[in-house]
Design a protein around this ligand. Sequence first.
Ligand code: NDP
Length: 444
Amino acid sequence: MNAQKVISDLKRRFPNEPEYHQAVAEVLSTIEEAYNEHPEFDRYNLIERLCIPDRIFSFRVTWVDDKGQVQTNMGYRIQHNNAIGPYKGGIRFHSSVNLSILKFLAFEQTFKNSLTTLPMGGGKGGSDFSPRGKSDGEIMRFCQAFVAELWRHIGPQTDVPAGDIGVGGREVGYMYGMYKKMARENTGTFTGKGLEFGGSLIRPEATGYGNVYFLLEMLKTRNIDIKGKVVAVSGAGNVAQYTVEKLISLGAKVITMSDSDGYIYDPDGIDAEKLAYIFELKNIYRGRIREYAEKYGCKYVAGARPWNEKCDIAMPSATQNEIDGDDARALLANGCFAVSEGANMPSTPEAIEEFLKAKILYAPGKAANAGGVSVSGLEMTQNSIKLSWTKEEVDARLKQIMFDIHTQCVKYGKQPDGYVNYVKGANVAGFMKVAKAMMAQGIL
Ligand code: NDP
């Protein structure tokens, strides 16, 4: 494989998809060596078959708002690769959603799911519908209209969606309800469901907790204790909330959180009581993070990201490309020694280069945030056997999975000088399993 040539071909064939090109380039640059050790991969043109999704569905979603106006949005589902199991990946509702973003997410998801050790292929879906400012009735009608189109393409053995940005328990509930009505089956073809109808304990917590478990494994390699460490977190949604919850319980000091309007800086640290306010603010009143600063009298910076604040550890948990080269240099200049990604592809290629050059502990999202899809996989298992595991049991499995992912990253990413390149480790480990499964199944 000539990675540069593959990427320029993809750019020519699929122009105007910068996030997709970025994700592919990041993976190919790190797996090229491992790939070229297997000449049979090239004979089967494995790389193009792995980069180009199996199929893409796109459809119009029509719904009626509270004023009686008829609205249209676009809906998509990318079924990227099912070599190791049914397509699996979240649904994103955000005004920025387009094919490039969903293709990058589905591509990343394929490697992430491979790393989890569970039998799941990669997929992703979503809509340019923005839930912000919408009433509960509007959200429900939109979810129903979205699934009225999507349902025929998914199923417990084919494709199992979950949540992502803008899609939490409420939206999954509405989508699953509609799916059940259309498909006339009740086998759990969504994960992140409510506990009363097949959801798993620890699923809401899983991505955030899992990221902290991964961070702990990285810190262990350098004998660093999390206690008392200052952590900058971005986002204030599902992933950020449970990241902060776990960090507080371990004695770390979280000084920032953010939303798409700006960030708060609390020098005293966000404690359990303040975090309870954020849960209420974001999950019930659906307010803005600025209100935290007003309530607790701390700094709020509008239109900015928190990476200029001094911290030991950064845990980006909002969205893609939220740490650029300048942010990375600011973090490093302030002494940050670990970055563990809750969001998908939050660091730009330039930022990643800075982290690797500085040899800090840097965990890419496809490894560090794999806890969410892992517990989704455990939810599928519980649905299949029609049993519910305890909180302790699911949490123990999550910890074990994050430990195993870390071990794989070290195995494939350790450099001769001892530095662990987690980007390379995660990409090579994720890739090899999918590649072997594809080879064994013939040219499809
Ligand atoms: P939520 O919708 O619950 O929260 C997203 C948070 O990020 C909100 O605070 C939101 O602010 C902020 N945000 C969204 N878009 C932007 C933007 N363009 N600029 C700045 N801030 C933004 O989503 P999740 O917490 O579920 O997802 C966060 C990240 O984690 C995403 O990258 C997602 O792909 C990834 N992830 C999620 C998993 C899960 O299980 N949920 C699993 C693995 C990865 P606002 O409210 O103002 O929009």
